[in-house]
Write a protein that binds this ligand. Structure first.
Ligand code: DP6
Length: 367
C-alpha cells in the first residue's frame, strides 16, 4: 500500500470570483485575488491510500462515506492520473496508477458554512494525490476543476487566479503574488455566526446571478482596474486601499471605521453568513473587546479560537457612538488567524487518517 497525508488551507477572496463562463471546466468570468489563511487555525487534512487490495475507489469526508462518482471528484482524480501517466521519467506505465484509492479527508472547521471548505478540500485532495503519484509542477488548474476557488488554495500568502482566455482553460490558473511572510502585521478575525450548512451553494448562487443580474455586467467592466489596485495595495502593504477595495467587494457594517475617521477594519462576506475581517495586529484587542461587548455570548464560554487576543477595557463613553444595541449570542465565537502558507506534506505516519490496511481510522476503531 502507498499512502500520502497532507494538509491544505482555506482562502478568503478580497476580489471575488462570482460567475462562470464555462460550467464544466469551471472557468471564471473574472480574475480574483485572495488571502490564504493559516492552517494552524483552519485546515483540511487528507490521506490518500492506493493498494492492489482495494476493490473500488472510495471517499470519506468528515467520517461519512460520500459518492466518489461525483463528476467534479472524477474530473480532478483523472486529471492528476493523466499528468502522472505523461511523466516521461516513469518509463513504462506505473501499475500503481491502476490501484484503487481510499481518500479520507477531515476539516477542523465547520463544513459548508461559507468558510471555503470546498476550496480547502479540493486544494488538499489534488495536492495529496499529486504527492502520492509523484506529480510535480502546476496543480492549480486541476484543483480549479473541483471547485473554482480551490485553485487559489494550492498557494500560500496572497494569490491571484488569472481568469485566462483559452477555451480549454489551460491558462486559467492561480499564482502567488506574495508569500504569507510579506505582511506579518495583518490579522484576520472570523466572526462565526452560524456553523450550519448554507441554504444555497455558491455554484447555484452564481448561476442565478449570471442569468438574472444586470449588475454583474457593470461589475465586470471595472474589475481589471480594481484587481490591479488590489495587487498594488498588497505589494505596498497599504492597508487603507486593501481594506477599502475589500469592502467595496462586499457590503454592510460601516460603523467602526466612521467613528475612528480612518480605515481600521475591513470586512468581507462569502456565500455563507460568517464575516471575515482584516485588520492590523495593533487593532485586534480593541476591536475584539467591542465584538465581545455587543455580540459574543455572555455565558462565560471560551469565545476566542486560534491566536490569543489581549482584551482591552472599553471606554464607556465610546459605546453609544456605535448606535448599536447589544445582541449577545448573535456571534458564537471568533477565530483569530493570519495569512499562512500553502499545502504541507505530513511525513509522520501517526498523522495518517487511515489504518495499516487503508481504512479510515475512526471507522475502523468503531467497528
Ligand atoms: C463567494 O469556488 O465554491 O467564495 O466553482 O461553483 O465550486 P464553484 O464555486 P466556489 O465559489 C466561491 C465563491 C466565493 C468567492 C471566492 O472565493 O472568490
Amino acid at each position: 500500500m502507498q499512502c500520502a497525508t497532507c494538509t491544505g488551507p482555506v482562502n478568503i477572496a478580497v476580489i471575488k470570483y462570482w460567475g462562470k463562463r464555462n460550467e464544466k471546466l469551471i472557468l471564471p468570468l473574472n480574475s480574483s485575488v485572495s488571502v490564504t489563511l493559516h492552517q494552524n487555525e483552519l485546515r483540511t487534512k487528507t490521506t490518500i491510500a492506493a493498494s492492489p487490495n482495494f476493490t473500488k475507489d472510495q471517499i470519506w469526508l468528515n467520517g461519512v462515506e460520500e459518492d466518489i462518482n461525483n463528476s467534479r471528484l472524477q474530473a480532478v482524480i483523472s486529471a492528476v492520473k493523466r499528468r502522472a501517466r505523461k511523466r516521461k521519467s516513469d518509463g513504462e506505465t506505473n501499475p500503481r496508477l491502476n490501484w484503487k484509492l481510499h481518500i479520507v479527508s477531515e476539516n477542523n472547521f465547520p463544513t459548508a458554512a461559507g468558510l471555503a471548505s470546498s476550496a480547502a478540500g479540493y486544494g488538499c485532495l489534488v495536492y495529496t494525490l499529486a504527492k502520492l503519484l509523484n506529480v510535480k509542477g502546476e496543480l492549480s488548474d486541476i484543483a480549479r476543476q473541483g471547485s473554482g476557488s480551490a485553485c487559489r488554495s494550492v498557494y500560500g500568502g496572497f494569490v491571484t487566479w488569472d481568469k485566462g482566455t483559452n477555451e480549454d482553460g489551460s491558462d486559467s490558473k492561480a499564482r502567488q503574488i506574495a508569500p504569507h511572510t510579506h505582511w506579518p502585521e495583518l490579522s484576520v478575525l472570523i466572526l462565526v455566526v452560524s456553523d450550519q450548512t448554507k441554504h444555497t451553494s455558491s455554484t447555484a448562487g452564481m448561476q442565478t446571478t449570471v442569468e438574472t443580474s444586470e449588475l454583474l455586467k457593470q461589475r465586470l467592466s471595472g474589475l481589471q482596474t480594481k484587481e490591479d489596485q488590489m495587487t498594488d495595495a498588497i505589494m505596498n502593504k497599504d492597508f487603507k486601499t486593501f481594506a477599502e477595495i475589500t469592502m467595496k467587494e462586499s457590503n454592510q457594517l460601516h460603523a467602526y471605521n466612521n467613528i475612528h475617521e480612518d480605515v481600521k477594519v475591513s470586512y468581507t462576506f462569502d456565500a455563507g453568513p460568517n464575516a471575515c475581517l482584516f485588520m492590523l495586529d495593533s487593532e485586534v484587542p480593541r476591536f475584539y473587546s467591542l465584538v465581545k461587548h455587543f455580540f459574543l455570548p455572555e455565558n462565560g464560554h471560551t469565545t476566542i479560537q486560534g491566536l490569543p487576543i489581549t482584551e482591552q477595557t472599553l471606554h464607556t463613553e465610546e459605546i453609544p457612538k456605535f448606535k448599536l444595541s447589544k445582541q449577545n449570542g448573535s456571534v458564537k465565537y471568533v477565530i483569530h488567524t493570519k495569512p499562512g502558507p500553502g499545502p504541507q506534506v505530513l511525513e509522520d505516519p501517526s498523522e495518517s487518517l487511515v489504518d495499516d490496511k487503508g481504512w479510515p481510522k475512526l471507522i475502523s476503531e468503531k467497528t
